[in-house]
Design a protein around this ligand. Sequence first.
Ligand code: OGA
Ligand code: NI
Length: 190
Amino acid sequence: MMEYVGNYVMAVRDLGMRILESISESLGLEKDRIVKILGDQGQHMAINHYPVCPEPELTYGLPGHTDPNALTILLQDTLVSGLQVLKDGKWVAVKPHPNAFVINIGDQLEAVSNGEYKSVWHRAVVNSDKPRMSIASFLCPCNDSVLSAPKELVKDGSKPVFKDYTYTEYYKKFWSRNLDQEHCLEFFKN
Ligand code: OGA
Ligand code: NI
């Protein structure tokens, strides 16, 4: 068992790093620029279990939120759906896709990309007939990395969208509020 988990964790990390490199390049930056800003990233894994709920319209498995970290790699149950994302003001179901991960942009990628990438509002609903499982892997910036956008992404003469702050500061703020309140990044805007 440990061997499977260990292999999974390392493969997911590798995938996450490659995605972060591609995102960096897509912004016109050096491949390793964003990874360098995030520092020595931590990695958390959550195995979510959503039990059957007799009255699913009364609650959520997880209320609407954005992920406070940089990048989330989610493995969904292929047989039971439950994840929804907010798109143009509407909650849209993300159908599970066999052999595919869901990649969520977290708050820190929005910050270091100077708002070019947006962290996505999402939630999990529950079902009345089937339990659901998901495995979320979170790549998290080093606690004392300063999450400021590279100068190249900030237009001449204007301020960066967000203030400089450390991940520790952000994380504290994030968990001091209700999950489904206003976007936590709003507190860090310039
Ligand atoms: C999370 C999350 C969604 C899901 O763990 O942050 O958004 O489908 N999970 O379980
Ligand atoms: Ni989430």
